[in-house]
Design a protein around this ligand. Structure first.
Ligand code: AMP
Length: 377
């Protein structure tokens, strides 16, 4: 067990690490973050910030010797970085899980081999693979690079065979997967956690709305039939068990019109759709991650009330500095900012949360608060 006053190492230094560090500090832990950057969202609230390349394995080994356990908040930490840290200290979730989930092909192969529901996909290495896959799966379909993809980056929608050559060119030699386009009714996620003894907790089903492939608004509980709710949680539990997972995990699903759940993606870490747990639940997804990686018992996941979260992207800054006071005019609205200096379009700068008697009311609160942030000309 890693007890309070010990030091937790975190690979990655974004907002997920920041919120994790805040929870860790609340419980008396120290945090040491490692990433190539400086003055980062995590570094600002951590005790120590190492700025070095993930490929600098000497720096990684040095870092690992200053901490009592290692976790990560950034999914694309190279496997050899995690392996170098693991020479000195336990890493949770295991590096092998990171290796599987950081590559779409490996992740989808894992889902297929273990009988988890997912959209049909094919491995694309040469342009002929793409022609064959398009014929077998049908169009429209989505071409995704296998590695380093998130928030719709590295994705192209293919509508006709005539688009194949140029889409393949754009891959620039990267390995890819072609995935059937899913006419989903809605997108939902299950954020859950598993400890070293195999105990499992979850936050039920969260409903997610995306804008331009980036998460925009989440709310809980999702508006889905009980049967779908139970099935989504059961699938998440089986994924966590199959991976022998330790930590917080998010399983993202498409829900089709005929109420079929298909796994879109796994995130081996706290997830944007679970940010509402910070204000709405007895134990947040970040505290749960902390408890799991430290070998402490997991906390209760119940919601005090239905809740919603709206992301704040850099685009909001385009019309001038946001009007924070106007956004907080309703006392039920909470503000989370990540300490990022430069607001770029599409960059996640923070989020708003609210609790209310019903989830739609909470959604209305965060949407209205976000609209009030934007200065009127
Ligand atoms: P991803 O980075 O794969 O999670 O994709 C980001 C978003 O793009 C998803 O949340 C969906 O809104 C959309 N998307 C991705 N793959 C598909 C698909 N196969 N069919 C329909 N929409 C998709």
């Amino acid at each position: 067990m890693v007890l309070p006053n010990s030091t937790i190492g975190v690979f990655g230094s974004g907002q997920l690490g920041r919120m994790f560090a805040i929870e860790a500090r609340k419980m008396g832990y120290r945090v040491h973050t490692f990433s190539p950057d400086t003055d980062t969202p995590t570094g600002q609230v951590a005790d120590l910030e190492t700025s070095a390349a993930y490929e600098d394995l000497d720096a990684v080994r040095k870092f690992a010797q200053t901490v009592d356990v290692v976790t990560f908040e950034f999914e694309n930490v190279p496997s050899k970085t995690v392996a170098a840290a693991a020479e000195f200290v336990a890493v949770y979730p295991r590096g092998e899980i990171l290796h599987t989930t950081q590559n779409r092909l490996r992740e989808k192969t894992f889902l297929a081999r273990n009988g988890f529901p997912h959209a049909p996909f094919r491995h694309i290495k040469i342009v002929d693979d793409l022609y064959r896959a398009a014929r077998e799966i049908g169009l429209p379909a989505v071409l995704k690079t296998a590695g380093f993809g998130y928030d719709g980056k590295g994705q192209q929608k293919l509508r006709a065979l005539g688009e194949i050559d140029s889409a393949f060119e754009k891959l620039n030699g990267s390995e890819a997967v072609l995935e059937a386009f899913v006419e989903f009714e809605k997108e939902v996620s299950v954020v859950c956690a598993r400890d070293r003894q195999g105990n499992f907790t979850h936050y039920g089903v969260i409903e997610n709305a995306h804008e331009n492939h980036i998460l925009d608004v989440s709310f809980a509980p999702a508006s889905v039939p009980e049967k779908v709710f139970a099935e989504a949680v059961e699938i998440a539990r089986r994924v966590a068990e199959t991976l022998d997972y330790v930590g917080t995990l998010c399983v993202e699903f498409f829900l089709t019109k005929d109420e079929t759940l298909l796994i879109n993606e796994l995130a081996p870490r706290p997830h944007n759709s679970g940010h509402l747990t910070f204000d709405a639940c007895v134990t947040s997804q970040f505290e749960q991650q902390l408890r799991a990686v430290c070998g402490l018992p997991l906390g209760a996941t119940e919601f005090y009330k239905p809740s919603a979260m709206a992301n704040l992207l850099g685009d909001i800054w385009e019309s001038g500095p946001p009007d924070w006071a106007a956004a907080l005019a309703d006392p039920r609205v909470k503000l989370h900012l990540y300490g990022k200096a430069e607001p770029r379009a599409g960059r996640k700068m923070g989020h708003l949360t609210a609790v209310a008697e019903t989830a739609p009311e909470a959604v209305a609160l965060v949407r209205a608060a976000r609209a009030n942030l934007v200065r009127k000309a």
